[in-house]
Ligand binder design. Sequence first.
Ligand code: AOS
Ligand code: ZN
Ligand code: ZN
Ligand code: ZN
Length: 411
Amino acid sequence: MDPKLLEKEYAVWAEVQAARGVDVEAVKAALKAQRIETPSWGYGNSGTRFKVFRAPGAARTVEERIADAATVHRFTGVCPTVAIHIPWDRTDDYAALAAFAREQGVAIGAVNPNLFQDDEYRLGSVTHHDPAVRRKAVEHMLECVAIAGQVGSDLLSLWFADGTNYPGQGHIRRRRVWLEESLAEVYRAMPPGMRMLIEYKFFEPAWYHTDLPDWGTALTVAQALGPQAQVLVDTGHHPQGTNIPHIVALLLHEGRLGGFHFNDRKYADDDLIAGSVDPFQLFLIYNELVDAAHDPATAETARRVAFMVDQSHNIEPKIPAMIRTVMNIQAAYAKALLVDRQALARAQAEGDVLGAAGVLRDAFETDVRPLLARVRQEMGLDPDPLAAYLRSGIQQRLEAERAGPGTGWGG
Ligand code: AOS
Ligand code: ZN
Ligand code: ZN
Ligand code: ZN
C-alpha cells in the first residue's frame, strides 16, 4: 500500500481507538513485546501418511531449518527462538549449534525429545510394560535435559504417542504409574529454572486409549511432579467442540499453563496454519491470556507462557506459511488487547448477556491491520512481512541453492 495512505489509515484508526478509551501506545508496546517460537520441523518437508510433497527450497539440515527460522524472525521481528527436535536436529556439538543460531539472529528454544519413532516404542515408551524400553525413553529425555543446558534452553517439551489400540491391550493404571515414575526421574534431573511442558492429545496414533489424552490428565501428572512441570496446550489436540479458552483459563488459574503449540484444524490434528480456520477461537484464547496478565493471581503464570507454533506444512511453501502464521497470531493478540475490560466487567456484573458478548465481538471485529502495520514500521520492519518476503528474492535463492533430494519430517 502507498505509504501515505497507510499513514492516513493508521491516524484515523488510532483516533477512533483513543476515543473508545484504548491506550494505543500501551497496545503497541505489548505487540512489540510479543514472542512466538517457531518449530524447526515446520521448515523441512513433511506430509501425510499418503505422500510427502517436496517443497522447492525447503530446509534439509538443522542449519537450514535454523536459518529459515531466523529469516522468519527478520521479517516479523517477534520470533527470536526456534524449537528443536531430537534426533531430527541431532548434531555432535550443541554449543556450536547454539552459536550458529545466535549468528543467524535467533536462539534455540524448547527441546523436544522423540519418543515415538523407534521400533521399541510400538507398545509405548514411558508406559511400556518392558522396563528396558522405559529406560531407553528416560535416558533419551535425560539426554534432552543435557542438550537444553548446552544450547541455553530452559524448556523441555514432551509429547507421547503412548496408548493402546484395543480394549485390554494394556493395564491402564499400571501404565500411569510407569509414566509418573519415568517423568519423576527426568524431573529430578532438571536444573532449577528449567520447565517440563507436558503435552496431551486425545487420540492418534493410538485409537482405543491414549495415556495422556486431555488437560486434566496432564495437569494431575504435572501436579504430582512439582512446580517445574506444567501443561502444554496444542490447539489441534482436542475433540470437536472442546472449549479451549476455558481450558486455558483453568490452567492459568492452577498456575500450570506452560505453553502452547499453535496450529489450526478442521477435523483432528490437522496442523494447519494457526488462525486459518477458526480465528475467533484464537482470539478467545488470547482474551483469556490478556485477562490473566492483568490479574495478580495469574499474572506470573501468564508472563511465563511459551507461545510456540507446531505445524506441518504439507502443500504450502514453508517460510511464507510461517510468516502468515505469525501474522495471524499477532492479529489475535492485538484484538484481545483491544477488549474493553471495564465494559466487560460492568456487563458481567449487571448480567447483561448481550452487552458482554458484544464487548468481545467489538474487539474481534476491529480491523487491526493498520495497527500491526504501524507496529512493524516502528520496529524497523516492512508493514507487510509476507509481501516483503515474497519480494525479497530469498525464496528463489533457496530454491536454487537447495536443489537436489529433499528429506522427510526433519530427518
Ligand atoms: C504431535 O501430535 C505433537 O503435536 C507434537 O508436539 C509434535 O508434533 C512433535 O512432537 C514434534 O516435536
Ligand atoms: Zn480411508
Ligand atoms: Zn504439538
Ligand atoms: Zn500434534
